[in-house]
Design a protein around this ligand. Sequence first.
Ligand code: NAP
Ligand code: MG
Length: 398
Amino acid sequence: MAKIAMKTPLVEMDGDEMTRIIWQQIKDICILPFVDLKTEYFDLGLVNRDKTGDQVTKDSAVRTKELGVAVKCATITPNAQRMTEYNLTQMWKSPNGTIRAMLDGTVFRAPIMVKGISPFVSCWKKPITIARHAYGDVYRDTEYRVEEPARAELVITYKDGRSEKQTIFEFEDGGIVEGLYNTDKSISAFARSCFNYALDVKQSLWFATKDTISKTYDHRFKDIFQEIYDNEYKDKFEASGIEYFYTLIDDAVARVMRSEGGFVWALKNYDGDVMSDMLASACGSLAMMTSVLVSPDGKYEYEAAHGTVTRHYYRYLKGEQTSTNPMATLFAWTGALRKRAQLDGLTDLEEFADKLERASIDTIESGTITGDLNSLLDVPDKHVVTTEEFLKAVASRI
Ligand code: NAP
Ligand code: MG
């Protein structure tokens, strides 16, 4: 059988622990027998990040900007314990944080839905994708504890020395104050990433904040989204038959719970943090959650939402066969291959990505599953297999 050809290489970012093992298995069992895979390989495993002074992470992000599509394995974000375990020269920053900052991107997360695993919200029939604005607000705040009577003021000082001052509160006793900010630039990039992604997946975009209460701060988010929509995206949305709509955050939450899914939900930083955890647990498993970083100028980096599954890796090192779920990592590969195929006009590669996803979903629906899904899946004949057996079952269906 002739293998499917590629034109432009994918940026391949390898990672750590159990997901590094699964990474190789996915390629060997499900991709290489069918595709003449072209990638530019960057080893983002912690050992190599340490060896290169984290330059490899930056290089991979630069190459993603140039080539347009990357696929990333989960990586360790070092903490004190990892410093000793890997004898690190420095506590390197999260690679995801570094790449996100360099691409100025937004992360979109969506569950992989299969028959037999029903979301806890029974009306959800299609996946809901959450887009979280990962910049500013309470995550970059300045906080102060007031311990005696005091006046808290907000002072803005301009470059030319002019300044403006408002009283926040006259404290008669102890209390707390918090300063937040965001930038037009970051909000605009967020908005464009969301509009691009919605067009890409042909799903409507919802955006919600608390602009009735936060009449300047949250209102600015609403205005920026609306301006960019009207000037740059309205026609494209109408041509695609999808819509953009803004509503209050409380209304959005109520509507989401009554919806059947199948849309993209854009949220401010804190709202997105909270709501993505709610969505993930309502849909069952972190191992079935996909994630893609989209930059405002349309560069894509696909990955799994989960981490390196350390506990399984320690069992693997002892020689045990693990039953780690490869679905989210597999979908990172199919997402990247499909996007590459679309950009390069390769129909057979796009079809392959669709088939591989279908084969993996069919495998689960027919009852061949990894251990994590055993308590979630409701089908008559199910049997738990190892990761390798699962991937072989998927490949045999292609
Ligand atoms: P994790 O790797 O997501 O795993 C947490 C637990 O969730 C696992 O122990 C496992 O539960 C279950 N799980 C997650 N993915 C699974 C899968 N594919 N199949 C089966 N079960 C799965 O999170 P963590 O243990 O908090 O973090 C481990 C490392 O990953 C850390 O060093 C962290 O820095 C890194 N991390 C990286 C990323 C990223 O690169 N995007 C994201 C998050 C965390 P059981 O053990 O009960 O089976
Ligand atoms: Mg969270």
